[in-house]
Design a binder for this molecule. Structure first.
Ligand SMILES: [Mn+2]
Length: 372
């Protein structure tokens, strides 16, 4: 049995003030392009099942364009006759019950099975049962829904779980209302043939569990996400579980640093390569206030001709903001917490607390981060 697992496609996300030839925000178009690449792979690979683990749309009330695009793409998927199971993530779940969940638009598709009602749902097929746990705003309710999942395990079939959450505190995205899967219920994973996760935007296995995988997002929803590889998982369920990562082509992000201690030679030493259509991020370090006035944004941008967008970060001498809290998506929770303590305390106090913090984190989580 082969499953294609993808996730976090965030249709309708847009960023940067760049329009393409069709007058569509270029980054929004990039997300549509990534999605189309996955659909082309579905057509080529013909898996037995398709899984989407949440955040199909970036917002719970997406734009007309995003909805239209999704309907067109799922019409293609539906026509293949391959069952597709999809759950709602935090981005596509309404915060109040006054609005209707967007994933309801797929209710009348023959082969698309959606779980969006903040409750456990089971989709049973001849050889396999899919246990869908969509995003839930209420954590106490979530626990009872996990228990329903436990009761519905069918030992005569394959069992596959779909979730949109952080397993442990390691996969938090620093977003409002995200759901942390309760630690005491992680034992349930061992009873599953595969656990398909959404929420974290990098592909990877969840450290201590051999059968639990994040598919990752299909594009980056923030320039702080420096991963240059996005894709989906192709899951083979035979005698053993075999998970293969398939990459799609996305717009690259390139980072450069110009040390303004010696600006001229730092610029001369820059190796600007393959920046055509790329997202470029340049960090100017060791700046003095006077220099910062002298160095024009336009002159820096001109160094990266052909790039889609150049963002410039200015860091002044004597301030150590090089791993600022803005970089949260690139940091682990441990690093984030350490950074916070460092900012709040004296050097001596920080040195004392650092060991304690690291000790606490290592006893709490022993994950290997394959998704970085
Ligand atoms: Mn997401």
């Amino acid at each position: 049995m082969r499953l294609l697992h993808f996730s976090d496609t965030h249709l309708g996300f847009n960023d940067l003030e760049v329009l393409n030839a069709q007058n569509i925000n270029q980054r929004e178009a990039d997300f549509y392009d990534a999605f189309e690449q996955v659909v082309a792979q579905i057509e080529a690979l013909r898996p037995d099942f398709i899984l989407h683990t949440g955040d199909l749309f970036h917002r719970s009330s997406p734009s007309n364009r995003a909805i239209t695009f999704a309907l067109e793409q799922f019409k293609i998927i539906d026509s293949l006759g391959i069952p597709c199971v999809m759950i709602a993530g935090n981005h596509s779940t309404p915060r109040t019950n006054l609005s209707s969940p967007i994933l309801k638009i797929f209710e009348n598709f023959k082969n698309i099975h959606v779980a969006y009602s903040q409750a456990y749902e089971k989709f049973a097929f001849e050889e396999v049962v899919f246990h869908a746990l969509p995003h839930m705003n209420d954590e106490t309710k979530a626990l009872s829904q996990i228990e329903r999942c436990e009761q519905n395990i069918d030992p005569t079939k394959r069992n596959i779980m779909l979730l949109h959450c952080s397993v442990g505190a390691h996969y938090l995205m620093a977003e409002f209302g995200e759901w942390v899967y309760p630690r005491e219920k992680e034992a349930l994973f061992a009873q599953m043939d595969y656990v398909a996760l959404g929420h974290w935007h990098g592909f990877g296995k969840v450290g201590k569990h051999e059968n639990v995988y994040y598919a990752g997002s299909s594009e980056r929803t923030s320039l702080n996400d420096k991963r240059n590889s996005k894709g989906f998982a192709l899951v083979e369920l035979g005698e053993a579980l075999h998970v293969e990562y398939h990459e799609i082509a996305i717009r690259p992000i390139k980072t450069y640093e110009i040390d303004c201690e010696d600006f001229e030679s730092a610029v001369a030493a820059l190796h600007v390569k393959d920046v055509k259509d790329a997202l470029v991020e340049v960090k100017l370090t060791n700046l003095t206030a006077l220099q910062s006035i002298d160095i024009q944004t336009r002159d820096i941008k001109n160094l990266f001709e052909g790039a889609l967008h150049v963002s410039i970060k200015r860091e002044f001498k004597g301030t150590s903001n090089d791993t600022g809290l803005g970089d949260i998506e690139a940091l682990s929770l441990e690093a984030y917490f350490l950074e916070h303590i460092k900012e709040e305390s004296s050097d001596a106090e920080f040195a004392r607390l650092k060991d304690k913090i690291q000790g606490l984190f290592s006893s709490y989580e022993e994950v290997s981060d394959e998704s970085a």
